[in-house]
Ligand binder design. Sequence first.
Ligand code: MN
Length: 205
Amino acid sequence: MEPKRLYTLPALPYDYKALSPHISEEQLRIHHTKHHQGYVNGANAIYEKLDKARKEGTDLDVKAVLRELSFHVGGFLLHALYWENMAPAGAGGGAPKGTLAALIEKEFGSFDRMKKEFTTAANSVEGSGWAALTYCQKTERLLVMQIEKHNVNVYPSFPILMAVDVWEHAYYLDYKNDRARYLENFWSIVNWDVVNARLENVLKK
Ligand code: MN
């Protein structure tokens, strides 16, 4: 039987200095190599526990194991989305283009309004979590999603077009407790081409 596959840390699509001064090299390096790696290790450790118990036929606290697995896999997936929807300083930011721009206009009335709602959602996540832009294929509408931790409040099957990490570990070295200022700077490094491509891929299906 082929060995079962485990998670591996994806490489960043740019180097650790690329997002500076909006996100410093030290902040990004720790976030990627310690925190993101931590969710990879966490998910894999749980799989190893599952595989061992299945092999030996022993009992597991299934509810606790699944809860922990969902937390780590959620963290693993969200970080990968977040790295990719940012671009090196100078190459990102500005305003969305194409299909995404048109849909933002239709849904929110303007990009400024969308930015305001998204920022407010991100600023008001209680404790640790995320804000994400997502899309409902039934109503063909964009919507903003708040995510508590990595997995609470998620709409099942809605694709994430853009995500921003608002766990303190994402900004504390650079901004201390000033989440609002981190978010202001996030808008300067959004990779709108990636966000638009994600939307167009969803629309193709
Ligand atoms: Mn994080």
